[in-house]
Ligand binder design. Sequence first.
Ligand SMILES: Nc1ncnc2c1ncn2[C@@H]1O[C@H](COP(=O)(O)OP(=O)(O)OP(=O)(O)O)[C@@H](O)[C@H]1O
Ligand SMILES: Nc1ncnc2c1ncn2[C@@H]1O[C@H](COP(=O)(O)OP(=O)(O)OP(=O)(O)O)[C@@H](O)[C@H]1O
Ligand SMILES: [Mg+2]
Ligand SMILES: [Mg+2]
Lengths: 222, 222
Amino acid sequence: LVRLERAEKTYGTDVKIRALKPTDLEFRRGELVVVLGPSGSGKTTLLNLIGGLDRPSAGRVLVDGVSLGSLDPDALADFRRDKVGFVFQFFNLIPSLTARENVELAAELSGTADRIDPILEAVGLADRAGHLPGQLSGGEQQRVAIARALVKDPPLLLCDEPTGAVDFETGKAILGLLQEAVQRRGKTVLIVTHNSALAAMATRLIRLKDGAVASDEKRPSP
Amino acid sequence: LVRLERAEKTYGTDVKIRALKPTDLEFRRGELVVVLGPSGSGKTTLLNLIGGLDRPSAGRVLVDGVSLGSLDPDALADFRRDKVGFVFQFFNLIPSLTARENVELAAELSGTADRIDPILEAVGLADRAGHLPGQLSGGEQQRVAIARALVKDPPLLLCDEPTGAVDFETGKAILGLLQEAVQRRGKTVLIVTHNSALAAMATRLIRLKDGAVASDEKRPSP
Ligand SMILES: Nc1ncnc2c1ncn2[C@@H]1O[C@H](COP(=O)(O)OP(=O)(O)OP(=O)(O)O)[C@@H](O)[C@H]1O
Ligand SMILES: Nc1ncnc2c1ncn2[C@@H]1O[C@H](COP(=O)(O)OP(=O)(O)OP(=O)(O)O)[C@@H](O)[C@H]1O
Ligand SMILES: [Mg+2]
Ligand SMILES: [Mg+2]
């Protein structure tokens, strides 16, 4: 489903920062990939390249056989809307819309409006649905971001630190939803995180270090 | 140094959300207080009341004997600038200023400009100092927020999930700095977090549940 061919990302002109060094990777359908790595190792950069939010400085990113670099801005926006559910590291909620409205907007854009209540309930936000982001705790905002990605029912879920702002119990519930998306709905889920406790749920565990893949192992379904 | 007398915070008009129920608490100088609690339990609310970023719906918050509710807006702003170093849950960096400039601004406002380099180094950001927040990873942004609070050298450090965005190793370094602030410089440090691993460093451990203190224990210095 996802393939990186010598994909890399470099910032800066005289002092070059190699956020991601040339990387080859392949992810299949129904894989729950956990990418572990310390702060600054390139996790968000990798996810942004796969989700088409950023273009590689060199190399190619292919999703479903389509090279993202070959798409014009409209086609790339369509791809992101239809193929990818993104849970951002800092949520990116629309501040003037309530929790429910933030989720509805994503559903509307991809036509799945009847799934909103069950999903808000599944992330424990049924009684906070009418709050604006500014009226929500950090962990509640994160859960709106998760609901918004799930409601689109996309084939590819890209999650940047999806449990960073919540406690262990709430985190388990969120991770359960992501695991269910893989095991019951056949999605491909990529979770990037600095939290090694999440490694246990991976069917594929990749370690990132200084912008490069340090190890890549397949594991039995937990 | 800090005292809460029946301090509470309630939101909403017909449906009332009791973010913090009437709470009595007292913190002394040189205490490293860790406040643990699940998502939505009132941690950020508690911290905002102590730091004067928010007013209680009822009850009083006193710092150094002064009731924050008795201060006019200017006096409250002076208090926050001089007495409190705040590490926000979502950093609140100024997007148009570099990492260094964000820290300099805090130093300028409280006159401690010569401490900037050592502090940037202590949080591991020496070679990212010229980046804007948008050019920093999540964990790097968090470290700028920490540096900004430390550089003011305030008597009271209030930290909302100070290691939420970083890996274990980076987190240890940050917590080491906070511990040093208490042990060597006699500060009062309050860390609120959902991460129970931080409990080990507390000389005072408070558990919050549904807006109320569930337990409050003193502990020997670790
Ligand atoms: N726009 C940019 N310009 C310059 N450098 C950048 C830019 N964006 C990211 N970087 C650098 O690239 C490196 C990798 O960043 P990235 O956000 O991918 O890390 P990360 O693994 O997600 O870290 P964290 O766990 O802290 O979120 C970082 O050192 C960062 O400073
Ligand atoms: N402005 C507001 N209006 C209404 N409700 C609010 C407002 N701000 C916070 N709340 C509610 O108060 C409760 C406590 O919020 P708080 O931010 O203190 O939680 P927290 O313990 O910091 O959670 P987290 O770990 O998720 O950051 C939450 O349930 C939240 O929905
Ligand atoms: Mg990141
Ligand atoms: Mg909070």
